[in-house]
Design a protein around this ligand. Structure first.
Ligand SMILES: Cc1cc2nc3c(=O)[nH]c(=O)nc-3n(C[C@H](O)[C@H](O)[C@H](O)COP(=O)(O)OP(=O)(O)OC[C@H]3O[C@@H](n4cnc5c(N)ncnc54)[C@H](O)[C@@H]3O)c2cc1C
Length: 456
């Protein structure tokens, strides 16, 4: 009789460089490639339409890739532990393989699967360095701490440790007969999608990687902050869903080398850095990593102006409108939008993080929550009280105003000298522009924040 293993796909929706799939294929003659659409994700409001649509693409592509290899994807809906147990009982599987996750949800899911399998004779095997390039906890600071709280020393150790080797995709995946699944989710039935949403799937991800490595990555060091140039990889949703492997990407970028390659690999280490923080501190998803005793403001009109891109600060508004349109924002735009909400308006970072999670196609517990905390000064930033000024940021990172004009069409005709300060326009020039006055005065907002943090 053939032996069977289950591969429980989670944030690793790929066939290339997938240690989970490879290990299952080594263990058994036949493999059940399983994805469970867990009701808990829905209950937590984490299946936002943009991510659900991207996920639908990923699952369809994974299924197609498996079919090319004589297999298929089994999708089930319900509780993950219950569905895994059912598949184990139906197939007599002797092992279940899963990637180690970093969030509280992932830890709980793993625990529930372990409990469900207890007494069945089927082992749970958890694989590291699947979701991240380097496994969380693989490098730790001297002195007994379980994670790094500062990026630079982490990065030194990350680089010295090196990333595991890349694995090839399997040629054949034999799936036992008679295992039933639900229909794949249908992207076309998902409502409230951002109109400019990217397409998901491993094929799309690998294509993007190849064109990135052989082209724009060379200019990444100089160009990564140029908002209008849009010269970053846009690989974040693929890394989030695991259609692109972080380890393989780091290896390939390193091989390609150059200043662009090095700068890009450093960003992948930032991703690992936030993941190792969350793995050690699940509470940092929604609680201050370093409490500053903030007594946040909550003005609904101001929050609404921020969400809809009507704060009167062009660069903030451009970023927020890009979010609504694409479900994605350039990193510089994310930093500015988050600084404006948490420091200029002095609104709780959780309000902003929730809104980003509702729209971002790459919305991710580690990267979103910990970057929000970093910007809010409740996280790992060693300068927690810095405030980004939207006018200065605009002049520096969008000097011609091309990014603002792209996303805030009301300002399309405004001349370069006033594009980041349209309130300075006079008479008919101002009257002809249907754009709000600033929601807050920057100097007053700065004093308010500094007082609140006990600095002034
Ligand atoms: C407030 C805020 C919220 C954010 N929310 C998310 C999120 O939900 N999901 C997410 O993937 N990223 C998030 N980021 C990090 C970063 O903005 C995005 O990863 C990046 O803009 C994605 O674009 P890219 O793929 O073109 O990045 P590139 O510049 O091409 O970088 C390559 C990869 O490195 C990683 N990376 C880059 N910058 C960071 C960073 N600061 N922290 C962690 N990883 C990084 C990402 O995986 C990215 O895809 C957030 C940043 C801020 C300031």
């Amino acid at each position: 009789m053939s032996s069977v293993a289950v591969v429980l796909f989670t944030s690793d929706l790929r066939l290339h460089d997938n240690p989970v799939l490879r290990a299952a294929l080594r263990d058994a003659d036949e493999v059940v490639p399983l994805f469970v659409r867990d009701d808990a994700v829905h209950r937590a409001g984490f299946d936002a339409p943009n991510r659900l649509a991207f996920l639908a693409d990923c699952l369809a592509d994974l299924d197609a890739g498996l079919r090319d290899r004589d297999g298929r994807l089994i999708v089930r809906r319900g509780g993950t532990a219950r569905e895994v147990k059912r598949v184990v009982e139906e197939t007599g599987a002797e092992s279940v393989h899963i990637a180690a996750g970093v969030s509280g949800y992932a830890a709980q899911r793993e625990e529930r699967v372990r409990e469900a399998l207890a007494g069945t004779g089927c082992d749970l095997r958890v694989h590291d360095a699947v979701v991240t390039a380097l496994a969380p906890g693989r490098v730790v600071p001297t002195g007994g701490k379980d994670h790094f709280a500062v990026f630079t020393p982490y990065f030194r150790r990350w680089e010295a440790e090196g990333v595991r080797g890349t694995l090839t995709a399997p040629r054949t995946v034999r799936v036992p007969d008679g295992v039933s699944g639900d229909a794949l989710p249908d992207r076309d039935t998902i409502k409230n999608l951002s109109p400019g949403l990217a397409r998901g799937g491993e094929k799309a991800g690998r294509k993007l990687v190849t064109s990135w490595l052989h082209g724009p990555m060379a200019g990444y060091e100089d160009g990564h902050d140029d908002l209008a140039g849009d010269a970053t990889s846009r690989l974040s949703p693929h890394l989030h869903f695991g259609t692109v492997s972080a380890a393989e990407l780091a290896n390939r970028a390193r091989e390609k080398g150059g200043a662009g390659g090095e700068a890009f690999v450093r960003q992948l280490a930032w991703r690992d850095f936030h993941h190792q923080v969350l793995a050690a501190r699940h509470d940092a998803s929604w609680s201050d990593y370093r409490p500053r005793h903030d007594r946040w403001r909550s003005d609904e009109d101001e929050i609404d102006a921020w969400k809809t891109g009507h704060t009167g600060y062009p660069l903030v508004d451009a970023a927020m409108r890009q979010l609504a349109h694409e479900g994605w924002i350039h990193n510089r735009g994310r930093m500015l939008a988050a600084s404006f909400l948490t420091k200029t308006l002095y609104v709780d970072w959780r309000v902003g993080a929730r809104h980003f999670l509702d729209l971002l196609v790459d919305g991710d517990m580690a990267n979103n929550q910990l970057n929000w905390q970093w910007v809010a000064g409740t996280g790992t930033d060693t300068r927690p009280n810095r405030i980004l000024n939207p006018v200065i940021q605009g002049k520096r990172f969008d000097p011609d105003g091309a990014y603002v004009r792209r996303w805030v069409p009301e300002l399309a005709e405004v001349k370069k000298s006033a594009i980041h300060e349209p309130w300075k326009l006079k008479g008919p020039d101002r009257a002809g522009v249907d754009y709000p006055d600033p929601v807050v005065d920057l100097a007053e907002a700065r004093s308010r924040f500094e007082r609140a943090r006990g600095l002034g």
